[in-house]
Design a protein around this ligand. Structure first.
Ligand SMILES: [Zn+2]
Length: 146
């Protein structure tokens, strides 16, 4: 197992001595400075002085940051799409009664197109609208049944 900072315990070949060293290590004063990386699960020796260090090094920390940023970006995109769909549903509801009744069975495609125009380059599909309705994030347009 790698401990970072060039400190390594290799149990292979060294046998009992390594085990004994390891035991001394985990019962010794350094153990409180040993952390386990949240990402790669390796143990690391925390010499930063911060108790809350959770990653073994910059590589794992920045990989995690990249994942978090991607997640935040997806969430933001989702919210933008939702807002665009709400607007498009509002526009649909304002159509003439005549037009609305003609679009009754195609309203979802209509709304998806209008929403996509609103939040391009993001793409809103009918499927997106169906999912959002099923998750109670959106209400059906007035006068439209599922
Ligand atoms: Zn790591």
């Amino acid at each position: 197992m790698g401990l970072g900072g060039g400190f390594k315990v290799d149990a292979k070949g060294q046998g009992a001595r390594a085990v004994s060293l390891f035991f001394q290590f985990i019962t010794g004063p350094f153990w409180k400075d040993v952390g386990r990386c949240k990402r790669c699960r390796k143990y690391f020796w925390n010499r930063s002085g911060h108790d809350d260090k959770v990653y073994c090094g910059r590589r794992c920390a920045s990989a995690h940051t990249a994942i978090r940023r991607a997640r935040e970006r997806r969430l933001k995109e989702y919210e933008s799409k939702l807002a665009a769909v709400r607007q498009a549903i509002g526009a649909f509801e304002r159509l003439s009664a005549d037009r609305k009744s003609r679009e009754k069975h195609t309203w979802k495609g209509w709304v998806a197109n209008a929403a996509t125009r609103e939040c391009s380059p993001l793409n809103v599909t009918s499927h997106f609208i169906t999912l959002a309705i099923n998750q109670n994030k959106l209400k059906l347009p007035v006068g439209i049944g599922k």
